[in-house]
Structures are given as structure tokens and as C-alpha cells.
Design a protein around this ligand. Sequence first.
Ligand code: ADP
Ligand code: ZN
Length: 724
Amino acid sequence: MLLPVALDQTYDYLVPQGPDAEALRPGAFVIVPFGPQRRIGVIWDRPAGEPGKAVDPKKLKSIESVLDAPPLPEMSLRFAEWIARYTLTPLGMVVRMMMSAQSVFEPEKPRFGVRYVADAADPPRMTPARQRILDVACDGMIRIKSALAQEAGCSTGVVDGLVASGNLIEVAVPERKPARLDPAHMHNTFATDQQRAVETLRAAVDAKNFSVSLLDGVTGSGKTEVYFEAVARTLEQGRQALIMLPEIALTSQFMNRFEARFGGAPAEWHSALSSTDRGRIWKWVANGEARVVVGARSALFLPYPDLGLVIVDEEHDQGYKQDDRVHYQARDMAVVRGSLGSFPVILASATPSMESHVNARTGRYRHVVLPGRYSGTELPEITGIDLRVEQPDKGRWLSPRLVEAMAETLQNNQQSLLFLNRRGYAPLTLCRTCGHRIECPQCTAWLVEHRFRNRLHCHHCGFSLPVPEKCPKCGEEGGLVACGPGVERVAEEIAERFPTARLALLSSDLIPSLVEMRQVIKGIENREADIIIGTQMVAKGHHFPDLSLVGVVDGDLGLAQGADPRAGERTFQLLHQVTGRAGRAFAGGRGLVQTYNPDHPVMQAIISGDREAFLEQEIQIRQRGLLPPYGRLAALIVSARDKGLAENVARDVARRAPFSEKIQVLGPAEAPLAIIRGRHRWRLLVKASRELDIQGYIRAWMEAVPPIKGDVRLSIDIDPYSFL
Ligand code: ADP
Ligand code: ZN
């Protein structure tokens, strides 16, 4: 038995006699007593973790009951074990991710609706509200009470009254079913390069064994259309397919294209689902009714009984790495899942990660290339604007050339997009009198001004306070000034410069959920905005047909993260993706990148569009430094409320690292983000060559470390993506 808690071992329980015994197969969910509590457990088919002390059989407790939820398929158990071993996370925590649909484990509530009774006499007292309800209901459809009341504009009490009078009757609402998908719903005609790619991917599906293909094509080359054909083939085989997208890219645009291709909607899996929806979709996947899932990274942990294809779109995206609790990289785990399940995995991107790129070069992955845009239009022309020479006016952020290009674009009746990867109004508030910078009381971070809300926010812990009128340090009134731009400040400048242009501001803090975000995106597609200003939300996968100009307000922003070996790669990807939004449907798109470092290799690569030169150089750096993918990294973070305690434990952990000629342990050093939520943080970095078993090394090391107690926490991050 395995429990979804931070423990790495299975427990033994007695099997009760009776009718339930038959349902007790591996993967089944059961209720068991655990200490003083009762908990949901999963029946595991082999022992995990430390072999526990032999328990006196007389003391063994018994399973209480079997839950009426579909069991986890055996593949899910093996996958969970693999992830736990690889990420050095307790198996129970991994299984908990697989159970992230609480309502699956609760008794199902039958849903009732009401239907019109045609041959009933008029109600004894006919009010206007009652009449409205009957007017709506007389079409004979079954409606949920609240929905009917809402449609008729009255309270559910009125509906109850009509049930009592016999004019409406309560009936069970038929269960919802996923849409039927038809692999032959639409026949696409493909360009030559596309056709070749389609055939390669179809062949990979037909082979019914494990392979990885890197679908590498510029933005607009038709990657989505091409991989849809692999999905279609998988459907024809009768197996399930999963398409993973960064959460932000799960737009209605994508869903519409899917529906157009397959004649029905896929099952969607993302953080905006209600608990009921989560439960429903979890079950659809488990019983095989959901044939295709489109979802964010956690969709990988759904209980597929017969998964036959995983596509990881925008595979380079950082959002695939989860950085809390279980530190996993969903793209890498998708490849693992393919290998366990013997099916093909397709990684798609216009700017593949260095990891995938190197794997394609060495022949471990199949390299499927789409060299040009489907529409035949050229990629936008990218120009650098040297901010040292072409300075914006004082207190402004846009250089004259960028402003001019925007004016032209407006005149031509086309859209422009300004990209700045910084939320809020200003990243720093400074007192002009005493020089005080307003920091978060719980983190090593400045508070960011958000002017729409008139508050200062910490982007690390969520702390906020109203923008103060006086300096909290010297008390001087009116001396506080905002330093540097965030998207809100750029929006302010635009509103002043182009007062009649319609603005759309896309920033995750201003758009509360995926649902609203879809509306905003739709508005932009429909030309309801002339100028779009956004953070990295705008870089992902959108297709805005009328967009012809992309301006990058601060091209250097992502390069400042010194210790992060992926800073260059990531900046290149982000700038390439965001400038690639320009001129997707017609010629003459352009990108203007403002920078103080026009000679930086990343800027050079973006401006020249020479991806290969950039990759070549990056490969050299990685090889020389034994950085991923040529070397392996793991980060250990020790944290505690007490500064001295965190440091002492970190030093003690470091001292106990076993000696190995092939492994370097760097640190401990105080983390760049030294304090988060009041916890002091110290980091250690483990570096090993590619072929070394870094997990085995760390496991042996941790056995030599005394138990971490009290307020201290030690977290291990294999293949870290964050170096803060
Ligand atoms: P990518 O995913 O590589 O950015 P998309 O698949 O989004 O590219 O394709 C870009 C645009 O070109 C989309 O509007 C898509 O519908 C269109 N397109 C691509 N290939 C075809 C095709 N073979 N037939 C019709 N339209 C296509
Ligand atoms: Zn904070």
C-alpha cells in the first residue's frame, strides 16, 4: 500500500474478506487507517523504499474499504516509481500528483434537472416570473434548476414552486461525454516539406515503439497542422494521445483549430478547471473515453490506460519545469513515459532547447525540419536599436525610432506589439531624499509598484502594501520616485503618445485566469486593439494576423541572470519567439530590439537571424563548462528562518559530501535570493559529467547527513532551471 504523503515506502495491510476483495487489485484506491487518521491509499504491486521491520501479523490493520474510482493503470505505477527515483522525491509525493482530482474520490452526486410537463394544467397562481420560466422550459430541454432560473431571470424558488405545482418534473441529467473525434474529419493538403514531415511522423506512430522526433520549424511553418496528422494516426490505431502546451498557450485559437481538424473538442487539462471538471476528465481518461487530452504539464500524470503518443509543443518552454514540491521537467518525463510505454514522443519548437538540439545532432532524436513559413512570407526583419546612441527622452522608455515605426504601423492600419518581460509599473521605488529602496520585509527583493491597484507587491511571496506617501525610512513626504519600467509604465507612455490608439495590456497579474485570457486574445485577433503591450504571455504560440511590428523594450533583461547557464539560451528563445509574432500572414513584418549591448552574442544572433551560429557558440560554452546537456547539475537548497542555522546546516551537509574525482560540489553559498518568505537560503551545486549517476551519488550523500530536523528544510532539484 502506498500513501500520498511525503514518504518513500509502502505499508502492509490486511485484506478484508467479503465482496470488496475482488476489487483489490494493484492501482486501486482504498481507505486505510494510518496512525490516528484514515487516508486514501493506492494498492502497490511491489514493495517500495526501506524494507520495514517485520510487523507482527496480529498487529496489521485491515483495509477499510475500496473506493469506487477507476484504479491507476500499471503503467502509472511504474512511471511514478521512475519519477521518484529520478527526482529523488518520495514516491508518495509523486503519486499525490497523480491523484490531483479530489472529486474522483468522493461519492458521485447525481445531478438533477427539470423538464417541462406539456399536459399539466396552468399553475394555480401564474406570476410573470413563473410565466418566464415556462416560456423558457416549454422547448422540452432538460435544464439544471439554477441554469433555468438564470435564463428566465428569477430565483430557483420559482422553479421549485413550478415543480410543486406539477408543471415541471425533476429528472436525472444525463452524464456528459467527451466529443467524438474523427481522424478523417478534415483532409489537409500539405506543402512538400510539410508532407515529408507528416510521413515521417506517421511512420513513427505506425512503428508502435519508442522514438523521439524533434519537429523543428520556424514560427508559422505549420508544426501544429503537421503533428495533428500524427494524432490522427494514433486515433486510427485506437490509442490515446496527449498534446502538452505551456499553460499560457492553451488558447481558444488552438482549441478551434483542433476542432476544425477532428470535428470535436479534446479533453482539456489545466489549472483553471473546476473541481468537478477535473474529476470528470480524470475519469474519462482512466476509462478511455477521452481519446485526446490537451493540457499543461500536469496532464502527463493522468491515468491513461493506453497512451500511444505524446506531443510536447513549445518544448523549450521553461514552464515545463516544476519548481516546487516535486522538481520535475515535464518534457523530459514525457520522453520517459514514451520509453516506458513504447510509443513515439514528438517535441515541437521553433527554438528547440539545447538539450533537444544536441540530441538531434547526435542522432538520438529524429530531426524533422520545416524550414519556411507555410504562407511563404519571410521571417520578420530584425533590427537592433543601440540605446546608448538612440536614447529615449528623459522619463520615457521608447527610442525615437521605435516610436516612429509604431506611428507608421498605426497609419497602415496594422497592429504593433511591445514586449517587456516585467509586470507592474516600476520595479523599484526609491526615496529621493535619503536613497532608501523599498524592500519586501520577508524576501531579498524590491517591491514592485502596480499602479492600477495602487500597491507595492513582492513578486516572490505575494506581500503587498498600499503605495506609501512618505518614505518609510526618513519620513519625507512626496520624495518617493518610481525607477525603471514595467508594462504598466510603458502603457502609460503609449497612451500619452498615441491617445487615440486602442491598447491591450497582457500581464498575468491583470488577467486573472485562462478564461479571461482567451477573451483578451480573441479581442486582439479581431482587431479590437491597435497596440498590444505584454510580458512573456504574448510570446507563446499566438497567431495575430494583422500584427506587423514587434518592439522589444528591454532586450537585455533576461541576460542579467549571471549564474544561470541557460540565460543566453532563454533570452534567444524568448526574443526569437516574440519577434516571430510579426508579419505571420503577410510580408514586411519587422522587429526592433532595444539594447545596451548590441554586440552581445545573443543580440547578434537575434539581429542576424543566424540560429546555427548561436547554437554552435552555445554548444562550445556548454561543452567547456560541463554544463547541460554535456554535464549534469543538481541544486541543494537549505533553508531556515534562522540565518545562522541555515548556514550551519548547509556547511555541515557540504562537509559530508562523499569524495569523487568525477563530481564537484560547489558551495554552500548564500542564494542570490537570500531570503524568501522570511526563510534564509543557502545553495549547493553538484556538477557531474554526463555518464555519472548523480542520483546515486546524492542518495549515498544524504544517507551520511543526519536527519534534517525542526525548522530546517533541504530540497533537492535535479537538473535545476532556477539559480536564484
Ligand atoms: P507553427 O505551429 O509552426 O507556428 P501553424 O501550424 O500554427 O505553425 O501554422 C501557421 C499558419 O499556417 C496557421 O494559420 C495554419 O492554419 C496555416 N497552415 C499551415 N500549414 C497549413 C496547411 N498545410 N494547409 C493550410 N493551412 C496551413
Ligand atoms: Zn516577499
